[in-house]
Design a protein around this ligand. Sequence first.
Ligand SMILES: Cc1ncc(COP(=O)(O)O)c(C=O)c1O
Length: 419
Amino acid sequence: MVTVPSHWYNIAADLPIPLPPVRDPDTGPSRIELLTKILPSVLIDQEFSGERWIPIPDEVRRMYEKVGRPTPYRRAENLERALGLKDVHIYYKFEGVLPSGSHKLNTALAQAYYAKQDGAEEVVTETSAGQWGLATSIAAALFGMRCTIFMTRASYRSKPQRRILMQVLGATVHPSPSELTEIGRKLLEQDREHPGSLGIAISEAVEYVLKEPEKRRYLPGSVMEFVLIHQTVIGLEAIEQMPEQPDIVIACVGGGSNFGGFTYPMIGMKLREEGFEKTRFIAVESKAAPKLTSGRYMYDHPDTSGILPLIKMYTLGKDFVPPPIHAAGLRYHGAAPSLSILVKLGIVEAVAYEQEEVMKAAQLFARCEGIIPAPESAHAIKAVIDVARKSSPGTVIAFNLSGHGLLDTDAYSKVLGIQ
Ligand SMILES: Cc1ncc(COP(=O)(O)O)c(C=O)c1O
């Protein structure tokens, strides 16, 4: 029987070229120094680590078990039949069974644990649609820590469901911009009803942490390499659970943590020539934020406000504002440095889809397998269906179903016209 892995996997050890270093911009204060003040200290070490295997602390492993890891790995036989496939097998790993409803909890638990080890009492972050905020709230509750979330005002108003769940769990949720920070107060002076943005919410979270740095830590939800490292529990479990090795492996990309978490342990084996030699890896993004298929590979800030250090990645530019699609978790301008390198080297392929075709694929999956996918995960499903239809008999496809869509009725109703 599969168990929770003892170590996370770090692809930095196996990449054909080294990860480009994080950099400070030419002007202004050091962003790298700032990072060391706001993040749990172990995470800074993990971010720059070249070690292939990083031990998962016992307490984090116990928490993984408590929240339902290992998660299931299943075959989508009804979907195969509905597509009329001849001996093409489709498997999926399902992260939606976690209490957060998505994979985000895997890193939230690790980060909250390290924040507590640092002596912090409070974890702080930003959220828009609420997937990351909800995962952080659960992790804080489980480790007995206070939790403060800056939620973009537009989402705070229009998406109350996850906000209410965060509050049920004990988190304090502020509409951003807020009166708590200097940047928030300045923006509110200009516009009392400022809708906010993720960039502004990050700036507020960081400013708030710096007011009491000994008690508070900032937790990022994606893009940083240590976040991808924590998510590798998904792929490591999946490798143990696979009845047959996939020829094609697929996952969606926001900042890259879901994709990296599922695929990197397999890509690592491929790079070390220990397995998956012929496997294709496909990253699926939204046409609304197509950094991998249409972006530039360059140094850019991971946050809109430019307070975090520059990282080398595929990016649409930090000021790019994606159209308001329902898969809010994919509305991000850049992709993690390691994923960007893998795409640049052609080890990972990238495709992009429009939300209408994606939601139709999600509906087909729901009607076949009885699970309502999150709109983000639905991007992977659309790619799976396209690839499966073109595959020859004997092909095995695996994808990560990163979350359920039980709180995404709006997406289904508006895009599919269900009243
Ligand atoms: C369910 C789900 N899947 C995938 C993603 C993509 O995020 P990332 O690529 O950063 O893991 C998100 C982001 O919020 C999400 O909520």
